[in-house]
Ligand binder design. Structure first.
Ligand code: G4P
Length: 526
């Protein structure tokens, strides 16, 4: 197969949702279709339970298991599908943001009863920023839930997505009969727990056909006709171009647990979802079909076994063919590196690969050389963009609790920050260190890992902060004056960038008003 064909075969995506909407269940059903797993329940172990905030050890155990399932590759209809797993727990949201930089499209799962939930809003916002194509799957139609049109309105309002239903439910909950697949013009009837196959689909291009009553009864037939008519009137016709530009999101309805609507979703997905897309670097746009290899690290996974300290760095291949035992340039460190055991994640199993192609994710064993965002290339100096840090939401001073272990502490903190566990800020006025995280859980993670992996101890001290804003200005004099005046609130991030540590929304507002020449950003890349 030619290099170009290899690329065109690949579809790399993530499934995102608010916890409990059914992401794990859907992933599992997709893998079953792809033959990547044989039994339901195989992916479950990967799930970090929502209730586990207090049970950090349990989370770590699950994290250990999830290395292999971080990327799940399978073949379907001659295509190579890579699903990148995203942690469900909200305290790991930042991990999910970064994973979104490594995919070419996403499927958003929404619970029919709960509608659009908070975490989905934030995740989709990141997709919108990047213009990532989004397909929506409304799940749990076997239960009572919100009206279909109400849900579509909610998606448009809260997620800011323009939608186009490609299937439509016939009833829901107790009276759920199936869906009408508008895209394929087929009636798909619901039989709980059946293995959904072609036999459940009935060609039905003309809903006016009185045969419809035979299948779903008079009342449902009348409703379906009216609703589909309304859809055709109100929503734009689906076109792939708008979807690929992230401007139109097809919507499907189904029930993942019953394996209903999943195959249709997958069949449509493989038809419309983008092949590996170009990536932007500071220097230029990188096209997958270029000869020279280029990729970036989007996730680093620590090995929880203290006897094996190495980590796995996940690299998304963006251009060219990646080959084992070949010299590549680690751009940030400006040195050549060879990888003897690059790992692929086909069929949820790890195996060593000799070559991999754009769209693929390979795992590289790492003894501390990588950090998130690092570029690896065939020789060219490239810096991939779009892997920003977001302003943390929780902050604490971190103190060394064991002065004999200062060196271990510095190293440990440094490596954990490279992994993207949290962000470290150093105050300009007194050199004190503040850790900022998305969720409270990370503080436990850091304390525990510093102790077990580096032998260092820390304790935390509360610090009242609202946001960390990256600041810059075109006016060097005004910027200097700002930094001087607000010295107490200024810190540097790990890269040495200036950050304004706002105590409250009000302090931030005042600073913005008093220093109009300074720009305040809520993420590290602007
Ligand atoms: P998540 O990864 O998004 O957090 O969700 P997950 O797939 O774990 O699903 C959350 C719960 O919703 C699970 O129940 C799952 O069985 C259920 N679920 C998923 N899809 C459907 C569906 O189509 N219909 C219905 N009725 N339920 C669905 P649980 O009780 O939390 O877990 P379990 O005991 O079933 O494993």
């Amino acid at each position: 197969m030619s290099f170009r064909e290899e690329i065109k075969k690949r579809r790399t995506f993530a499934i995102i949702s608010h916890p409990d909407a059914g992401k794990t269940t859907l992933t599992e059903k997709l893998l079953l279709f792809g033959g990547a797993i044989q039994t339901a329940g195989a992916v479950k172990s990967n799930k970090i339970k929502k209730s586990a905030t207090s049970d950090f050890m349990e989370i770590e155990k699950q994290r250990g298991i999830s290395v292999a399932t971080s990327v799940m590759g399978f073949e379907y209809r001659d295509l190579m599908i890579n699903i990148l797993d995203t942690p469900g727990h909200k305290d790991f949201a930042e991990d999910t943001y970064r994973t979104l930089t490594a995919v070419d499209s996403v499927i958003v799962v929404i619970d029919v009863a709960k509608g659009v939930e908070e975490q989905t809003e934030r995740l989709v916002e990141v997709c919108r920023m990047r213009k990532t194509p989004v397909i929506v799957f409304i799940n749990k139609l076997d239960r009572e839930g919100k009206d279909g049109f109400e849900l579509l309105d909610e998606i448009e309002e809260k997620l800011n997505l323009k939608v186009r239903p490609l299937s439509w439910p016939i009833g829901m909950g107790r009276i759920f009969q199936g869906v009408y697949n508008i895209y394929e013009e087929k009636l798909v009837l619901f039989r709980p727990h059946s293995k959904q196959g072609e036999e459940d689909k009935i060609e039905f291009s003309d809903l006016a056909d009185p045969e419809l009553e035979k299948f779903i009864g008079e009342k449902a037939a009348a409703e379906l006709r009216e609703e589909v008519h309304m859809i055709q009137e109100v929503y734009p016709t689906f076109n792939q171009k708008d979807y690929l530009h992230g401007e139109l999101s097809p919507v499907f309805f189904g029930s993942a647990i019953n394996n209903f609507g999943v195959k249709e979703l997958l069949d449509c997905f493989v038809e419309i979802a983008p092949t590996p897309l170009p990536r932007i670097t500071e220097e230029r746009k990188v096209d997958p079909e270029e000869d020279q290899f280029a990729g970036f690290i989007f996730k680093i996974h620590a090995n929880m076994d203290p006897k094996h300290r190495d980590r796995i760095a996940f690299m998304r291949i963006c251009a060219g063919k990646f080959e084992r035992n070949t010299n590549y340039l680690h751009v940030r460190q400006n040195r050549k590196m060879k990888f003897s055991n690059p790992t692929s994640f086909m069929a949820a199993k790890k195996s060593i690969v000799d070559e991999a192609f754009p769209g693929d994710v390979v795992g590289l064993y790492d003894s501390g050389n990588f950090k998130i965002g690092d570029s690896i290339t065939g020789g060219e100096v490239l810096h991939f963009k779009g892997i920003p840090s977001f302003s943390p939401e929780q902050f604490r001073y971190v103190n060394n609790a064991d002065p004999m272990k200062q060196k271990q502490l510095v190293k440990g903190l440094d490596q954990l920050m490279d992994e993207g566990v949290a962000q470290l800020f150093t105050k300009e006025n007194n050199g004190r260190k503040i850790i900022g995280t998305v969720g409270a859980l990370q503080f436990d993670v850091i304390q525990y890992r510093l102790k077990h992996e580096y032998g260092a101890s820390v304790d935390y001290e509360p610090v009242h902060l609202y946001k960390a804003c990256w600041v810059e200005s075109d006016d060097p004099e005004a910027f200097k004056e700002f930094l001087n005046r607000r010295k107490r609130d200024i810190a540097r991030d790990k890269q040495g960038n200036y950050v304004f540590m706002a105590e409250s929304a009000w302090t931030l507002k005042m600073a913005q008003e008093n220093h109009p020449e300074v720009q305040f950003h809520f993420k590290s890349e602007f």
